[in-house]
Design a binder for this molecule. Structure first.
Ligand code: GLY
Length: 256
């Protein structure tokens, strides 16, 4: 039976987002438009049946709207991460208090381990953990030990080209995996039904399954049609202002 999510936590974009980390050359985000897009993102999560907790913007951290990196929410426990990007480390402050509303068990990743949960992809009770510029081996090992303690498993996937694991991969349940780029060469993913994302639509490899529907970034017709053909209802969400900061759809929420 398909699992279901009940809640999401999001953080409003800060005006300081214009100073967020980026490798994209798409210009600075328009803050007013980012707020509108964020409103529509929340609406889309609500359409999927989630109750959405909206945290206040944190101007001290330009990338803090990408809340997915600050915690991993599993069915058994939440895990507060230790972001690898120096300017993002402080984003975890307050996450314990936020998550204690939903979780009795909250674990943590400790230095020298670093981990951003954009590098973690859940497929059933198994979690793939990307080794990236943001998530180191020690952080991945700590997470896998936490998962094992709570009856789940994890395995490490080296990254050479992408920011985060979920930059190029999204598990959309029923054994279906959106996949792009370097991950096509990874044997661990051969067991999935691969829905290969076209290079010119690579940004949409980061899409999000929520309760049987798939949120897809607006403007990627090829990906949208492939996901529809696989039997899903698709909800398109425009996140172009967040893309300017290398942020994807999944980065904007914790879902559990
Ligand atoms: N701007 C999002 C990140 O680089 O983590």
């Amino acid at each position: 039976m398909e699992k279901s999510f009940n809640y999401a936590v999001v953080r409003r974009p800060a005006e300081s987002m214009i100073n967020g980390i980026t490798t994209a050359s798409l210009g600075k985000p328009d803050y007013i438009n980012a707020l509108k897009q964020h409103d529509a993102y929340i609406d889309a999560l609500e359409k999927c049946g989630l109750t959405v907790k909206v945290l206040k913007a944190d101007e001290n951290f330009p990338d803090s709207t990408f809340i997915e990196d600050a915690a991993l929410c599993t069915p058994a426990c939440a895990v507060i991460t230790n972001p690898g990007a120096v300017t993002r480390k402080g984003e975890i402050a307050g996450m314990r208090e936020v998550l204690s509303e939903f979780y009795d068990v909250i674990e943590e990743i400790h230095s020298p381990g670093t981990l951003e949960a954009g590098d973690v992809m859940m497929a059933g009770s198994h979690y793939y953990v990307g080794l990236s510029a943001r998530t180191n081996n020690e952080g991945a090992e700590q997470l896998i030990a936490i998962l094992n303690k709570h009856g789940m498993t994890g395995s490490k996937i080296p990254l050479n080209e992408m920011l985060h694991l979920k930059t190029g991969l999204s598990y959309i349940e029923n054994n279906n995996l959106l996949i792009y780029g370097e991950f096509l060469r990874e044997k661990e993913f051969d067991k999935f039904n691969k829905i290969i994302i076209d290079p010119e639509e690579s940004y949409s490899a980061n899409s999000v399954w929520v309760n049987g529907k798939v949120l897809v970034p607006a403007g990627f017709k090829g990906t949208r049609e492939k996901i529809k053909t696989a039997g899903y209802e698709v909800i398109e969400v425009d996140v172009s202002e967040f893309r300017k900061l290398d942020g994807g759809l999944s980065c904007l929420s914790l879902r559990f």
